[in-house]
Design a protein around this ligand. Structure first.
Ligand SMILES: [Zn+2]
Length: 182
């Protein structure tokens, strides 16, 4: 609390004025929510698996997430697209959303977030391949520094057959670009 009041004063405001009285507590609560992922091991979500004979891609796209840039404590947010080609195990589709959420709700960088999602799926589901694409907007680029409000950052992580198979990557990207018809 003291630290937040010091920050307000450093910025040039009076931390004791009326409108800022409750702010430190609100900020604290908000940060506890932004970082809820530390309370869990997101990999655990994947451990509920099913034996289904499915040898082609399983993909969930447009998984919304909201994360916190560890360099500026500024939000970055966007969508994650997660696809894998199963080995012998598949997991529930909603678990992929929980996995993204669990790693997003931390102090993060987009690159690590992308890789953590791919690594968790590779480790727990032992798929033939996994591919993750994240598209995000970073408030630390929009509101400060170079102020590029339209810039979007894309990152990918590939594991297994996606590393060597250009046609598998193309299939993923084709599904990603395809507009849904429902
Ligand atoms: Zn940043």
């Amino acid at each position: 609390m003291k630290a937040l009041k010091d920050l307000m004063a450093l910025c040039g405001d009076d931390p004791n004025r009326d409108g800022l009285q409750e702010t430190p507590l609100r900020v604290l609560k908000a940060f506890l929510e932004y970082t809820e992922g530390y309370k869990e091991d997101p990999k655990e979500h994947l451990k509920k698996t099913f034996d289904v004979n499915h040898q082609e891609i399983v993909m969930v796209k447009d998984i919304e997430f909201y994360s916190m840039c560890e360099h500026h404590f500024a939000p970055f947010f966007g969508v994650a697209h997660v696809g894998y080609i199963p080995g012998s195990k598949i997991t529930g589709l909603s678990k992929l959303g929980r996995l993204v959420e669990g790693y997003a709700k931390r102090f993060q960088v987009q690159e690590r977030l992308t890789n953590q999602i791919a690594d968790a799926i590779e480790e727990i589901l032992e798929p033939q391949g996994v591919m993750v694409v994240i598209e995000a907007k970073h408030m630390c680029m929009c509101g400060r520094g170079i102020k590029k409000t339209t810039a979007q950052t894309s990152t990918t992580a590939v594991r297994g057959l996606y590393a060597n198979d250009a046609s598998a990557r193309l299939e993923f990207l084709t599904l990603l670009e395809r507009q849904s018809r429902y």
